[in-house]
Design a protein around this ligand. Structure first.
Ligand code: SF4
Ligand code: SF4
Length: 169
C-alpha cells in the first residue's frame, strides 16, 4: 500500500502559488483534454498526477521507473485552460519536475539539452551549414546571444550543479 507523505503534500501546497492544488475535485476534464493522455492510452494522466500530489503519494510519483508520470507532460497548457476549478496544473507539474531534477531523476535528454543551453546560450547552436542555408533562402542573419551574460544568469540558478556529469565510456 502506498504511504502518504504529509511533508511532501504540504511542500507542494506551499510551493503552489495560490494553493490551487486543493481546488481539484477530480472531474477528469484535464485528462480528457490532454493530448499526451490521449495518445498514451492514459499511461500519462494529469488528473491522476494531481490526485497523487494532493494525497502526498510521493513514492508513486518519483523514482526512475515513474519518470514518464512527471516528464510525459509537454507543457501545452491545455489542462490549465479547461480546468473548471482553475487548478494551475502546469505550475504544479513544474514543481514536480524541479524536484525530480533535484533528485537526479530527470531524463538524460532534458539534462543534456540544459548543458547545451548553458554552453551556447541557446538550445540549438548556430552551425555554418544553417547560416549558409538561411543566406541562400534570403533569411536574415541570427544574432549570437550574449553567452557570457546568459552563463552569469544561469550560474545564479546553480544550473551546472543540477546537471549530472556525462559518463565516459
Ligand atoms: S480538470 Fe481540474 S478539477 Fe478536474 S480533475 Fe483536472 S485538475 Fe482536477
Ligand atoms: S500541459 Fe501537460 S498535462 Fe496539461 S494538457 Fe498539456 S501535456 Fe497534458
Amino acid at each position: 500500500m502506498a504511504t502518504i507523505d504529509f511533508g511532501f503534500r504540504n511542500q507542494i501546497i506551499q510551493l503552489d502559488i495560490g494553493t490551487t492544488l486543493t481546488y481539484c475535485y477530480q472531474c477528469a476534464t484535464c485528462s480528457g483534454a490532454c493530448p499526451v493522455s490521449q495518445v498514451t492510452n492514459g499511461r500519462y494522466n494529469p488528473r491522476r498526477l494531481i490526485l497523487k500530489s494532493l494525497l502526498g503519494l510521493k513514492e508513486n510519483i518519483f523514482g526512475k521507473k515513474n519518470s514518464f508520470e512527471i516528464w510525459g507532460c509537454t507543457v501545452c497548457d491545455t489542462c490549465d485552460e479547461v480546468c473548471p476549478q482553475k487548478v494551475e496544473l502546469t505550475e504544479i507539474f513544474t514543481i514536480l519536475k524541479n524536484l525530480s531534477v533535484e533528485r537526479g531523476e530527470a531524463p538524460e535528454h532534458y539534462t543534456s539539452q540544459a548543458s547545451v543551453i548553458l554552453e551556447n546560450g541557446k538550445a540549438i547552436p548556430m552551425q555554418t551549414a544553417i547560416e549558409r542555408r538561411r543566406s541562400q533562402l534570403g533569411l536574415p542573419q541570427i544574432l549570437s546571444p550574449d553567452i557570457k551574460e546568459i552563463k552569469k544568469l544561469l550560474n545564479l540558478t546553480n544550473l551546472k550543479s543540477k546537471i549530472p556529469e556525462k559518463k565516459t565510456e
